[in-house]
Design a protein around this ligand. Structure first.
Ligand code: AMP
Ligand code: MN
Ligand code: MN
Ligand code: MN
Length: 312
C-alpha cells in the first residue's frame, strides 16, 4: 500500500501545487490495487513496423530492454497485430502493456487516443479495429486518387508495397513519393501534399471521440489523450476537448510525448490537474534518427499516484 498523496517537491510546478495542494488521484479511478513505483523509465507510446515504425515489435522490445525501460506499450496506429505477435515472448526485465493509438474525430479535428491495459480479445475492440482497417483502406484510396490528379499515379499500390502488410498510413505514401522522385524528402511530402490542410489530409473517416474512448473502457483499458498540444487548439478549445474526453471516460493525458518544448510538460500537468486526469508519458518512437526521442521516459519527476503507469 502506498500513499496516494505526495508532498510538493521542488520539481513539481508551483502553480499546480498552489492550485491543487497535493496531487490526488481522480476519484473515479480509485478502484483496484495500488502499487508503488520503484521504476523510473517507462514508455507508453511507441510504434513498430506493424504501423509506421521501422523496427519489428520484437526488435523494439529488445531495444527497450537494453535501454532499461521497465514497462512498454506498443501503441501502433489502429492495430494491435504487433502487440499480439510479441505478447507471449517479452524479453526479461520488460513488462509489456497492451496498447494501441486510435485515430478518431472530435468535431472536425482528428484526435489520437492511446488505449492501455485492455483485453486484446475484447469483441468490441476487435470490431472497432476491423472498422479502422476499412477506414484506413478507404482513406488510402482517396489519398491515391488525389495524388493521381496531381500527376502521381499508382500511389495506392506503391504505398501498400511500402507498408508490406502493416496498417497503411500517410508515412507509407510519403516514402513512396520519395522513392519515385515526386519529392526529395518525406518531410517535403507532408509539407506539400499529406500534412494538415493539404490534399492528402483526409480525417473525416474516423469514429468519434466518445465511441473510441468507450471502446477502450469497455475492453477494460484506460484511455489517454495523446500529444494534446499537437492539435494546435486554443487554450479554451483544449479545455473543452479535455472535458469531452473526461465525459467520454478518458483517464489520462500525455504530458510527455517525444521531446516536449520548454514549459510544455508543466502546462500539461496543470491541465491534467484541472481535469483530474492521470499523467502518461511516451517517446512516440518510430525509428532511430536525429529527430524524435529514443525509447524510455524518466518518470522520477512525477509525484506518486499521478501516473497511469501505476494503474495498468
Ligand atoms: P496517419 O496515421 O496515416 O494519419 O499518419 C500520421 C503519421 O504520420 C504520424 O503518426 C507520424 O508518424 C507521421 N507524420 C505526421 N506528420 C509528419 C511530418 N510532417 N513529417 C513526417 N511524418 C509525419
Ligand atoms: Mn506515426
Ligand atoms: Mn499520434
Ligand atoms: Mn504515435
Amino acid at each position: 500500500m502506498v500513499a496516494l498523496v505526495c508532498s510538493p517537491s521542488a520539481r513539481y510546478p508551483s502553480g499546480y501545487v498552489r492550485q491543487f495542494g497535493q496531487f490526488r488521484s481522480p476519484d473515479r479511478l480509485l478502484t483496484g490495487a495500488r502499487r508503488s513505483v520503484e521504476i523510473a523509465l517507462i514508455d507508453f507510446h511507441t510504434h513498430s513496423n506493424a504501423s509506421d515504425g521501422a523496427l519489428s515489435p520484437s526488435e523494439l522490445l529488445h531495444r527497450a530492454a537494453e535501454a532499461g525501460v521497465k514497462a512498454v506499450a506498443l501503441t501502433d496506429h489502429d492495430t494491435i497485430a504487433g502487440f499480439a505477435s510479441v505478447s507471449e515472448s517479452v524479453p526479461l526485465g520488460v513488462r509489456l502493456v497492451s496498447g494501441v493509438e486510435l485515430s478518431c474525430q472530435w468535431g472536425k479535428v482528428g484526435i489520437h487516443v492511446v488505449g492501455l491495459g485492455f483485453d486484446a480479445t475484447s469483441g468490441g475492440l476487435v470490431a472497432h479495429l476491423n472498422g479502422l482497417d476499412s477506414a484506413r483502406l478507404e482513406r488510402a484510396e482517396m489519398i491515391a486518387h488525389r495524388l493521381a490528379q496531381r500527376g502521381m499515379p499508382g500511389a495506392l499500390e506503391g504505398a501498400m508495397a511500402v507498408a508490406a502488410g502493416a496498417q497503411i498510413g500517410r508515412p507509407h505514401f510519403a516514402r513512396w513519393m520519395v522513392m519515385n522522385d515526386h519529392v526529395k524528402t518525406e518531410a517535403e511530402a507532408f509539407k506539400r501534399f499529406l500534412g494538415k490542410g493539404k490534399v492528402g489530409d483526409i480525417s473525416t473517416v474516423w469514429p468519434d471521440l466518445q465511441q473510441t474512448v468507450g471502446t477502450i473502457v469497455e475492453a477494460g483499458g484506460l484511455a489517454v489523450l495523446a500529444h494534446p498540444l499537437k492539435y494546435r487548439l486554443t487554450a479554451t478549445r483544449l479545455n473543452v476537448l479535455c472535458a469531452a474526453f473526461v465525459t467520454a471516460g478518458g483517464a489520462a493525458i500525455e504530458v510527455i510525448n517525444g521531446r516536449p518544448g520548454p514549459g510544455e510538460t508543466d502546462r500539461l500537468m496543470r491541465l491534467a490537474g484541472a481535469h483530474q486526469l492521470l499523467l502518461s508519458v511516451g517517446s512516440d518512437f518510430h525509428r532511430e534518427g536525429e529527430y524524435g526521442a529514443g525509447l524510455g521516459v524518466d518518470t522520477a519527476r512525477f509525484p506518486s499516484g499521478s501516473g497511469i503507469w501505476e494503474r495498468v
